[in-house]
Design a protein around this ligand. Structure first.
Ligand SMILES: NC(=O)c1ccc[n+]([C@@H]2O[C@H](COP(=O)([O-])OP(=O)(O)OC[C@H]3O[C@@H](n4cnc5c(N)ncnc54)[C@H](O)[C@@H]3O)[C@@H](O)[C@H]2O)c1
Length: 218
């Protein structure tokens, strides 16, 4: 059994992760940390093998540092940190994904592939109006992959924030007399759960740290 504590447990993602962990046969939910619940991360670290953090861009790095210092593996879904900041968190096993949905990972990989053949592109990302950071971590990662693939992402990345949305992204490539659109839609937060549970199972056996991107575990 893997003992899992959730940081940001009262949030939209945190609540969904708690339910997913409780539903997994090989995991036990041992703690719910969140200022809204009056429970500090330090109070749950003693019981956990792994902490899953879906908190806020301004708290995630400190939370990850506290986990690693306590010898607890950390799976981070909170977006906003750069790779350099993640590398500076410290010794231990840290896994981070800007997007835990399998379809979103495929969208990013297809975009990288397309960029080699259709170099000009724009990214439109659309999220619920409670999202704190813009552009999204997924959009920034997609732009990196497109550039790695030889493409050019026109600035700015477009960020739409509206009630009713969950997490969506469209990458549009333009060529001579044609366009190609690659679109992914997370229509519920459950879309992220298979990826989160996979990361919880694998974070104790990483070859390197931090590892960024679900594609590294697939
Ligand atoms: N990687 C992914 O696949 C993915 C998917 C969806 C959302 N996200 C990211 O996850 C994060 C959380 O999103 P959300 O929609 O659940 O937000 P949310 O605002 O609903 O929840 C955040 C929770 O964190 C709590 N919190 C605040 N400070 C904290 C601290 N210091 N320690 C622990 N918890 C703290 C808040 O009280 C709140 O309950 C955001 O950064 C979002 O972009 C990532």
């Amino acid at each position: 059994m893997i003992s899992v504590a959730v940081s940001g447990a009262a949030g939209r993602m945190g609540q969904t992760v708690c339910a997913a962990v409780e539903g997994a046969d090989d995991m036990a939910l041992v703690g719910r940390a969140d200022p809204q619940l009056g429970v500090a991360l330090q109070d749950v670290l003693g019981d956990a093998d792994v902490v899953v953090d879906f908190s806020r861009p301004d708290s995630a790095l400190g939370n990850a540092r506290a986990c690693l210092e306590a010898g607890v593996h950390c799976v981070m879904g909170t977006t906003g940190a750069t790779f350099e900041e993640l590398r500076g968190v410290g010794e231990g096993n840290l896994f981070v994904a800007p997007n835990f949905a399998i379809g979103a990972v495929l969208m990013m990989q297809f975009a990288r592939q397309a960029a080699a053949h259709m170099t000009e592109s724009e990214i439109v990302e659309l999220h619920h109006d409670g999202k704190l950071d813009a552009p999204s971590g997924t959009a920034k990662r997609t732009a990196e992959l497109i550039r790695d693939g030889g493409g050019n992402v026109h600035e700015p990345i477009h960020s739409v924030r509206l009630p009713g949305l969950v997490a969506h992204q469209e990458v549009i490539f333009g060529g001579l007399g044609e366009t190609l659109s690659i679109r992914h839609d997370s229509i519920s937060r459950e879309s992220f759960m298979p990826g989160v549970l996979l990361a919880v199972r694998r974070v104790g056996r990483l070859d390197d740290s931090p590892v960024v991107g679900l594609e590294n575990l697939l």
